[in-house]
Each structure stands twice: as structure tokens, then as C-alpha cells.
Design a protein around this ligand. Sequence first.
Ligand code: M6R
Length: 609
Amino acid sequence: MCGIVGYTGPREAGPILIEGLGRLEYRGYDSAGIALVDEEGALFVEKKAGKLVNLQAAIADRTPHASLGVAHTRWATHGRPNDLNAHPHQDCTGEITVVHNGIIENFRELRDELEARGHALRSETDTEALAHLVEDAYQGDLSAAVREALGRVEGAYALVVMHRGERSRLIGARHNVPLVVGLNGEESFLASDVAAILAHTDKVVFLQEGDIADVRPTGVTITSLTGEPLDRPVSTIDWTPEAAEKGGHATFMEKEIHEQPEALAQSLAGRVSPAGGVAAPELDEMADTFRRVTRVELVACGTAYYAAMVGAAALQEWTGLPSRVTVGSEFRYSPPPVDTNTLVVAVTQSGETADTIAPTRWAREQGCPIVAITNTVGSAITREADAVMFLQAGPEIAVAASKTFVTQVTTLVTLAATIAKARGAMAEAAELELGAALRHLPEAAARTLELAAHVPAMAQRYAGSRGFMFIGRGYSFPAALEGALKLKEVSYIHAEGYAAGELKHGPISLLDAECPLVAVATRSRVYDKLMSNVMEGRARDARVIAVATEGDEAIGRFADEVVFVPPTHEALSPVLAVIPLQLFAYHTALARGNDVDQPRNLAKSVTVE
Ligand code: M6R
């Protein structure tokens, strides 16, 4: 939930670390801090509550020359977001410095024990205990001390530790929280993700659970917690640094909404043949499993959960297998009955969401075959799965998901078709119809963006509304839920997403002239039913905003505002319908003066329960 970056090498560490933190702010941004060991071996530490700019202002003109350092951007879990609780943290002597992402679950016992032994802990954080544990264990070798200290720790962590007296060395450790090593000849990096270091290197080592990385300027040595040497491959990342930048847009969210046609094209590459055949080659080894399974359980959170709803509907419709999706935090403690014939599909953009990883791991322990759908190569979820489908959407920096929702939907639909084909349940004509729609989808998404040119002005007109009700039926229901979530996240206006038929069972009482009804009214088998629900809302004075299919001439009679999207396959309709809703949320937030890339109280990657 926090962002970490570390540097050792011949260049000035300060600017490199601050630039890296800027790229990690989406992981958390309630405080930031930096620690540098200068040329004389003196430690410089500065920490500031609030966004990175506060730290930058505090160190301007006084950043020492240093070639070793660590920095951190925080999303608070233990201890209020203030200067004192900001990372980095030091031990009693000031020799040892720690930055940490995750939660040390036994930190209270550790703190009590450390204090009883005379250690003075200054902050309220779980992390500070780690610095003191390393202090106790240190006998001249930082790596050995970190390993010994971590032997006492329960919980999840990615951490970087440095010692003032070991002037070119960083120790990184990972357990259930991401950490990567970057290598660039005479300099090395540690970071929460590649976005922080991509400007400097494309050669990275993804640390795995329990890895301890001894990082020097010229390379890294990796061992287990007990000191056994480990071999980890060096991966070459093909994301350009520019791919992680705003690319001419005012914000990352705007950029990511507009790059959806490209993200879809990238995501579908290799999955739809020119003739319209749909297949996911990465699932080839699963064909026998797909033939024998008797049910499908999907697990996900937030936006990924709504995408998984589309996947569950397509799976059930095309394979005939009972398929349902459960949010990770519910699945974890009230798991559905599973057996070795239950296929579990975990959907997570980051691949690091604790609420999704834990139930997936549990299901694996029960012997369930697992397919993971993620955007993040090397992420934790990939190690829990028998097969992985990558979204191939490129890095998503804005906290509010956009391009990963649409690519999750298409990837899930591809999975559903692959399973249906393996089971002989999908006729060739149905496959070709889907394949043609998938191939056309990037172009249709580009057309959707053009058709939504009036959405900014519309958002201005509605930005003062008290609340919004989003409705949809069938495949358009998840799009309604995602539209409501987007609006809530970035505009801070209350929005409900409902199955349209449920409106009359309660939430209709919220509707009036101050609470518009947003209807996802794309062409479908249940279009007429949805229109009846829209009329119910109109009869209560609600203004109606409709997302409808191009060519729908009747919609103007039911709606005050219409945004058209091109026609597509019904199962893919949420991909297009969500785009104007993302834009509506985005421009409403701008009209209200909000920080759209980093909405209050949120973090991009939720690696704690
Ligand atoms: O990385 P994940 O897909 O597992 O994240 C799950 C949710 O936290 C995430 O989708 C969240 O709801 C989005 N940021 C919403 O825009």
C-alpha cells in the first residue's frame, strides 16, 4: 500500500529517489520521506506528512551529495499520517534505516519486548520495530542481521534496509508484498514496482516470497530467509518510461481512458485469429482440466469484481457450468464449497491484492485448479496459479481503474470461450461471431471516445447533483456498477449501482429532480424491460442519462441526455458502455476541483486486509 525506492551507485541518489517516489505516489500519498548516506557517512533524513511536494519543498537546496539512499511514500495502516510516522525509520543508534510496505502483524509484542530491553521507539508504526530488531541482530553483516530479524516477524512486507556504515549496500526483502531489483551496470535499484525505475533501467529481478536481496551497485545476490543462495531470472521490461508518463494528457486517468483502444488491441493480440477463431494459447495445458471441471468460482475485488461478473455470466451462458463471483474478502472467510473439480479464476489488476490472493491460495490448497488474470508480470497471484492470462494493458497509474476494466472483460470473455470450446459447448458460428466482435473492439472503443465528445459539458451540468442512480440489466448491470464506482471514487458524489429490476424494490425512493438516473441501455435481450424501469424513474422526476446503441432512435423519447456507443456482441457491451461513464466520472470530478489521479482515502494497490 506504500511505495518504496532505493538506490546505490555512482550518481546523486536524492533526485533519483524523489523522481521514483513521484511514479509511486499512486500507491499511497499521505506522507513521504527520504534517507541518504552522504559522502562522509552521515545520515540525512527528512519526512513530511502530505503529498510528495511537501517533502520536495523541505529538502530543496539542502539535499546532501549521496550515492546511497531509500525513500518511501506512505498509505497509513498503523499510526496516523504525520511527520513522525512517515518512513524511513531508524533504530536507537541511527545506524540502521528501514522503509517498509505491508503490515507486521505481531508488532505489538515486538514493540513491548524491544521496549522492555531498553529500545526507545519514537513512532506509532509497526515498521519501527523492524529497525530495532535489525539493530539487535547486527554484527557487521546487514544481510545476516535482516534475515535474523525477519525470523521474528509475522505478517506481510516488502522492505529495504540500509546501514550508515555499509555505504553502497541495500538489503531488500519480500513476503507477500511486491519488490523488484533494477540492474543497470554500475548502479542498482530496489522498488515497489518497475514504474519507479524504468527511466533508468529495463533489467529487473522480481523478488519472490521469502527472498532476501543483497543489492550492490554492480549486482544483486539473492538468498532465502535461511541464507541458501537462490537463482532468480533477470527480466527485460518492454514498457517504455513514456508508457508510464501522462503522454500529453492532463492526468493519468484521462490518458488511460483514451488509451483504451490501444490497450484492447494489445490485450487481444494472439487471442483472436484473423479468421475470427478465439483462443488463449497460455491455457493450452489446461484443456483437460477445463473438460473435467464441474463449476467455476471467480474471486476479485472492486473494479475487477465487476469485470468478473461479466466473466461469470459469459462462462455460465456458454459452458453451462454453474459460475459465480465472490468478492475476495467474503470468499476468504465464508468460502463456497469447492473440490478438485472447481475451477477458481482470480482477477486482479495488480496481482497483489491481499483480499484476492488469500482466498486463491486457500483454494489452491484445497486442490482447485487456478487461472489468474492480472496485469502484472511477476506479481504474487501468478505464483498461486496453474495458468496466467496477462491483461497486457500496460501500466495503469491512476488509482481509478479504466483500461484494466475493459481488458479484464475481454480477457475473461476469451477465457469463457476457450473453456466452452474445450468442452465442445461453443458452436463454430458463435465463436466466429465473438471473434469478429473482439477484432473490431479496439476500433469500436475509439469510435466510442469520439461519440462521447459532449460528455465533459454534460458532466458540468450535473456536477451539482445530490446523488446518482446507475441501472443496467444482464450484461449491462456490471457496467452500471462500475460506472457508479468510478463516479464515487473520483467525484465523491454518492452513487448507487442497481440491477434495473430492483429499482422498484426500494432505491426508487431516492429518485427526484436532484438524483439523476443513469441507464446503461445498450441493445440487448432485455432492452424493453430496462426501458420500463427507466420510465419508472422518469415518473419520479429523475433526469435520465442514457448510454445507448448507435441507431437507437427511440431512446430520445425516454432520456434527457444520450451518449451513443457502437453496436457490439452483447457480452462485450460493458466494454463500450463503461467508456462514457468513465469520462462522466472524470469530468464531474474535474468540475468539482478534485484530484482525479489520487482520490482521497484510496490507494492503487491494496496489499493489506
Ligand atoms: O489490483 P486489483 O485489481 O486486485 O484491485 C482491486 C480493487 O482494489 C480495484 O479494482 C479498485 O476497486 C479500483 N482502483 C477501482 O477503480
